[in-house]
Structures are given as C-alpha cells and as structure tokens.
Design a protein around this ligand. Sequence first.
Ligand SMILES: NC(=O)c1ccc[n+]([C@@H]2O[C@H](COP(=O)([O-])OP(=O)(O)OC[C@H]3O[C@@H](n4cnc5c(N)ncnc54)[C@H](O)[C@@H]3O)[C@@H](O)[C@H]2O)c1
Length: 444
Amino acid sequence: MKIGVIGTGYVGLVTGTCFADSGNDVICVDIDEKKVERMRKGEVPIYEPGLNRVFDRAIRENRLVFTTNLDKAFQESEIIFLCLPTPPGADGQADLSFVLNVADQLGNLFNKYPGYRVIVNKSTVPVGTADKVHEKIAAKTDHEFDVVSNPEFLREGAAVEDFMKPERVVVGTRSQKAAEMMTALYEPFVRSGNPIIIMDERSSELTKYAANAMLATKITFMNEIANICEKVGANVDNVRRGIGTDSRIGKRFLFAGIGYGGSCFPKDVQAIHHTAGEYGYNFRILDSVMKVNEYQKVSIVEKMKLYYNGKLEGKTIGIWGLSFKPETDDIREAPALYITEELAKLGVKMKAYDPEAIETFKEASSDEALANIEFMDDRDSVINDVDALVICTEWNEFRRPDLSRFPKAMKEPVVFDGRNLYDLNRAEEAGLIYISVGRPSVNI
Ligand SMILES: NC(=O)c1ccc[n+]([C@@H]2O[C@H](COP(=O)([O-])OP(=O)(O)OC[C@H]3O[C@@H](n4cnc5c(N)ncnc54)[C@H](O)[C@@H]3O)[C@@H](O)[C@H]2O)c1
C-alpha cells in the first residue's frame, strides 16, 4: 500500500518505518527541515532501541522516503497518518491546532489530486476530533474520503517491538471501506492472533485516554501506598509482591517511584479530565492522580531537605538519569527536570549523567538550572566528591554499580533513590545511607 505519514516524531517515525518494513511504500513529511535532512542522510533523529536496524533496511530497499513537501506525500498516498503533536493547551485541554491546520491543507489537496483516501488520526486526540477533521476537509472538497481514529499504544523505549507486535490494534470508523483498508494494512502485525478491534470513532478516541488514565492511576495508587509505607514502617516491595500476584490486579505498573512523566501520561490525564469537564462531568479520581503525581515528582527533594535540616545550599549532588524513563532520550515531564530546577533554586550544585538524554535535557532546562549542572560523560565520574547521589531514572547501567566504591568516592555515601534500584541489605552492607521510596531507610 502507499502510505503517507505526517509528523516524524516518536510515533510518526516508528509508524512509517514499521509500515515500510512490512512492504508498504511510505513517504514521511515533517516541517522540521533539519530533521528531514538528517533522515534523508540515513540518520535516525531519536534514540529508540531497534529502530536503526529497521530504518536502515527500509531506506536501503527504497520503501521509506522523507520530504518537507506535503503535496508530494498526499499525491502518492492512499492512507495518510496524522502523527502530529497534541500538546497541552490552556487548562490542560489538548491543543489541536497542529492536527486541524494540516486537515485544512488536506481539503485543498483533495481538489488538486482527486481520489479516495483514508485520513488516520494516530495522534492522541480528544473525543470528537475525527468529526472535526472530517468537517475541515469537507469544507474544502466534495471528493470522497474517510477519517479514521487509530490511536497508538507504543511505549517509548520499546516502540518498535510494540508496533510490530501490538497486543491490539484499535480502529475507529463506521466506514466499511476504510475498515477493510486498515485491516489489510495491520494484518501482518497481528498474525499471532491479537485482535484488530473495529469500533466507532468516538469510542476509539476515548479508548486511548482511558488506557493512559488507567495506567497513570495504577502508578499513582502505588505511589500513595509507598507514601503510607513510609509512615507506618512497611516496605512497598513486599506489598507489591503481595498484591501483584493477584491476577485481578496484575504485576505490571506497580513499582513505586518519583512519579510518572513523559509526553503522554501527564498530558493525556489532563486532557481527559478537561474533556469530562466540558461535558459537565467532574472526573474526580484524576484530580487526585494529578495532585499526587505533582507532589511525587519532587518528594525526593523533600526527603533531602529533611536529611540536611533544610540546609542544602552549597551542597554538590550527583544525578543519575535525566530521561523520563530508561531507553529513551525523551525528557518531556521527566521528574529529573523538576528535581534539578528545584535543587538549583535551593543553591545546590549538580553533576549529572544520562546515557542518551543529556542533549534533550539541556534544551528543556532553564538557564538557572544549567548554570548549576555539570554534565558528565559517564556514570562513575558523577559520584566523585559529591555530598549525595539522586537516582531519577532506572537505566540498566545504574542497577548494578559497585556499591562499595560509593563510600570511598563520595564525601558522604548518601543515596536518594527515586527508583528503588537496590536491595536494602546490599545497600546496608556497602555502608550507604540509603533513602528510597516506600521502603525503610538504611543506615540512618
Ligand atoms: N511519544 C509517545 O510515546 C506516544 C505514544 C502514543 C501516542 N502518542 C501521541 O502521538 C502524537 C505525536 O507524538 P510524538 O511523541 O510522536 O510527537 P513529537 O513531538 O515527537 O513529533 C511530532 C512531529 O510532528 C512534526 N510536525 C509538527 N507540525 C507539523 C506539520 N504541520 N507537518 C508535518 N510535521 C509536523 C514535528 O516537527 C515533529 O517532528 C501525540 O498526539 C502523542 O500524544 C505519543
């Protein structure tokens, strides 16, 4: 099939590359000229495990091309995926301007290059957006087309695998023709029997928000349990094992930590909360989820204040991990952003390391924070001569360091672990003063 992909961010680039890998001809459009130039030269502009290999193959076989020219992509495509940003706008409402501006241009293009096409919203968009996109296009043309909702469930860090082997594909359309084309396109990805679930557009749009809101709530619930564990002297690891074995609850998304971040959960929770409000419904549980998560992100700074009796000024603190989760360079809404900003305000100097996200982190940080952070090339040099270490992201290389080195290298071997990476006995034996989330502190 001939596929157009508009927007080549985390979702668009993975979508385009994976469709090309399954034998389709894909043309990707982006307005970012530098990015398009890099991709044309065969460079993958984001860090995503496994993407390079599939990308190289698709380029080599000439099935994946990049352009800044929307006309060209439209002309050559039967199915056009909108993988555009939908950032939070005023009051947490999803900003649809990127999607609707492109929809507006598509209307004119139908007149220029007639022929039936399916326009697919892959961006995460509020209920009713398929209708809005339809209206925008129909206002400009009488040609036949369908607008389909096809939310994306990939996880950054495992995006290629998720796209290639989705647990389900959700397609929102009431058009038989569009449903058949979407089914044909996705069939190679669900050969092991996972379902392609066809439903109406609105249910499909809501499904994506419901999934993210449910996962954010599950994480937040566990963070609340962790906070209670700290008060009552329980260990959240034990509680997690105790409840995760219950199949009604399940083992995943039960790890306590310093809050959820990333480009999806925070904005999608806000957006569905806002949509509910627009329809006169107060989505109360999400009010709490957002409040708890806001606190959770900086809860580690509160623990530091407590440990140092409020006197953090002049301390040098090491930071391990800047991305919002491992295996990505995405720092959107990353707890590390909030923690470093907060520490800079308190007069703390920092030494920070992340395997992939230093450049993206620099772009997103304030001048004040950057003036207080020295970025290091490796994990081990961060801990030399620091007063304490803060672990913000659970990259694999932070999981098994030689803990016995900490007391020798650091001024004081204090570790504030926002991701509960170390066994408490191991930390104790290594002589760490170890403060984690929802577990008893060690050597205090
Ligand atoms: N990142 C994820 O893990 C993820 C997962 C599922 C769904 N989503 C959703 O998918 C959508 C895209 O997310 P993303 O993370 O890929 O965004 P992103 O910000 O990484 O990428 C968006 C891309 O669109 C390009 N763009 C902007 N305006 C354009 C235009 N007029 N024409 C062509 N290109 C244009 C930008 O230059 C950028 O390259 C969002 O709605 C997001 O919520 C994201």
